[in-house]
Design a protein around this ligand. Structure first.
Ligand code: SAM
Length: 320
């Protein structure tokens, strides 16, 4: 979505939740162990595919920002940045300043180390592909980043929250706080982009399954009920063989869209991964990128996720 005006303020709430510590522990300790070759290649494909989607979303949005101001020095907020899987994308997008935050301190440290390895600590912000970065450890569904920033007047051109926003849908207060962190320091004209599991598709798969579980030999999703889907706190357990074993929460996208209006955000673009793939794979450059992935025909794109971005278009430097 994009930001139309200044933000308004709102109270955040501190409430206990079971999942945040489990989520942080999981991501801090995460190592891909004990995988069979077949599982490895399927997960390898999935990661590449997810990265391909993110690369395009990010490159498109940065391009859109540059189209409106070619001389802009772009400041980006990477919410739930994890180990820094998008650092190269920010580098290729030639941003000037990055703020990273995550609840998992070990992951955040790894992110900072990866950033240092990128050799980005140039004192000259006009160098191509160099940017400064700051790192804040925080439960973004409970703490306000605006109370932590070294520069409280910081304004972002872009906030990005990849594969993470759904964790905050444990409660209304947590989703509100996460959204506030994403939007309150966006400048007017700025964008918030992200990728989340497709809640409607998850429910559809649940409804067409035998019990409260569905999946295949690589992943399983376990719901606790087949009939009740509260807007917040609808927990399911996601297991990806040897990689992820974590509680997640169903996110009904139209609700997020409605909540974001409070921050003067309007939706610009929202697609499922499948739709996104159909739209973007026609471009020869994207196709070349995608063609690098192994086992493409064997594993068609999963329809399980939603990409929310700003626009369609060219993304010639999306490769990572
Ligand atoms: N955005 C990264 C990427 O695309 O590679 C990491 C995605 S990973 C699936 C989810 C991340 O969300 C983890 O790093 C986890 O620690 C973080 N996370 C989950 N809940 C969070 C919260 N309440 N506050 C901050 N980070 C959170």
């Amino acid at each position: 979505g994009s930001k139309t005006e200044e933000t308004e303020s709102q109270n955040t709430s501190q409430q206990d939740s079971i999942s945040d510590s489990i989520v942080a522990k999981h991501y801090n300790e995460r190592q891909d162990v004990g995988l069979t070759e077949r599982t490895k290649s399927r997960i390898f494909f999935l990661r590449n595919f997810n990265n391909w989607i993110k690369s395009i979303c990010i490159a498109d949005t940065l391009q859109r920002l540059r189209d409106s101001d070619p001389t802009a020095r772009l400041t980006v907020l990477d919410l739930c940045c994890g180990k820094g899987g998008d650092l190269l994308k920010w580098k290729k997008g030639q941003i000037s300043r990055l703020v990273c935050s995550d609840i998992a301190e070990v992951s955040l440290q790894q992110c900072e180390e990866r950033f240092k390895e990128l050799g980005n600590r140039s004192n000259n912000p006009y160098d191509r592909g160099t940017f400064t970065a700051e790192f804040y450890s925080a439960d973004l569904s409970k703490e306000l980043l605006s109370e932590k920033y070294e520069d409280p007047s910081i304004q972002f051109d872009l906030a990005s929250c990849q594969f993470s926003f759904h964790y905050s849908f444990e409660s209304h207060a947590q989703a509100e706080t996460m959204l506030r962190n994403a939007c309150e320091q966006l400048r007017p004209g700025g964008y918030f982009i992200g990728t989340v599991p497709n809640g409607c598709e998850l429910v559809r798969r649940l409804k067409t399954s035998e019990g409260t579980q569905f999946g295949n030999d690589v992943y399983t999703v376990n719901f606790h009920s087949k009939d009740e889907f509260p807007l917040f706190g609808c927990r399911y357990d996601f297991h990806l063989e040897g990689v992820v074993d974590c509680p997640e929460f169903l996110l009904y996208f139209p609700l997020l869209e409605e909540m974001a209006k409070k921050y003067q955000m309007e939706i610009v673009y929202c697609k499922t991964f499948h739709e996104f793939f159909d739209e973007h794979s026609k471009d020869p450059e994207n196709n070349r990128l995608f063609g690098k992935m192994k086992s493409l025909e064997q594993y068609p794109p999963d329809r399980n996720t939603t990409a929310s971005s700003t626009t369609e278009g060219d993304y010639s430097h999306a490769e990572e």
